[in-house]
Design a binder for this molecule. Structure first.
Ligand code: APR
Length: 186
């Protein structure tokens, strides 16, 4: 599914974040930045050991923030390590920490002149964020940013399976009415 928001293509696809050819891919990291499972494990495996050698130097990253490294053996030139929140339904900070993880990733990419970036669905795996709550936050944050700054040619969400994809596609359809843009279904 694609949508044009001002000068930026917003794209949803089903796939593996480590295979993306965007200039940057975003890692769903933890605050230690020392690797893990899921997206984190897949990106470190695909990038090779130099990635961990670089992230070790960074001294960690706060929840809601992000750090940038090289991509090493990945097709992407950069990895942006974003730390999403662990889901807690009674914590009012959790939605804005999730939004912040996306926004800080976009800010870092923009600072580095990166024009194409791919996101996974941050916090919706091991961190337990319900997809139906996370997708509108993720897409809303990205749409707000690309409506404000003409910084990107392409922002892609790479969703690991059909059910995750369909939650994001439904959320994007609902959101696009607000942005009055046409979404071309692929
Ligand atoms: N490509 C794209 N999406 C993927 C991939 C992949 N290769 N592998 C998993 N996913 C999806 C999951 O299905 C989920 O929808 O990414 C989303 C995020 O899941 P996690 O990787 O578990 O990330 P998160 O929920 O943010 O938890 C982060 O898990 O791996 C550890 O070190 C990481 O402690 C951190 C925590």
């Amino acid at each position: 599914m694609r949508a044009q928001i001002k000068t930026t293509q917003l794209e949803l696809l089903q796939g593996d974040i480590t295979r993306q050819d965007t200039a940057a891919i975003v890692n769903a990291a933890n605050s230690s930045l020392l690797g893990g499972g899921g997206v984190d494990g897949a990106i470190h495996r695909a990038a090779g050991p130099e990635l961990l050698a670089e992230t070790r130097q960074l001294g960690g990253c706060a929840t809601g923030d992000a750090r940038i490294t090289k991509g090493y053996r990945l097709r992407a030139q950069y990895v942006i390590h974003a730390v999403g929140p662990i889901y807690q339904s009674d914590d009012p900070n959790v939605p804005q920490l999730l939004a912040s993880a996306y926004r800080r990733s976009l800010e870092l990419a923009r600072e580095h002149g990166i024009r194409s970036i791919a996101f996974p669905s941050i916090s919706t795996g091991a961190y337990g964020y319900p997809l139906e709550e996370a997708a509108p936050i993720a897409l809303g944050t990205v749409c707000d940013f690309i409506s404000q700054f003409a910084a990107f040619d392409l922002v892609r969400f790479v969703l690991f399976n059909e059910s995750i994809y369909s939650v994001y596609a439904d959320a994007l359809r609902k959101l696009l009415h607000e942005y009055k843009t046409s979404a071309t279904l692929e």
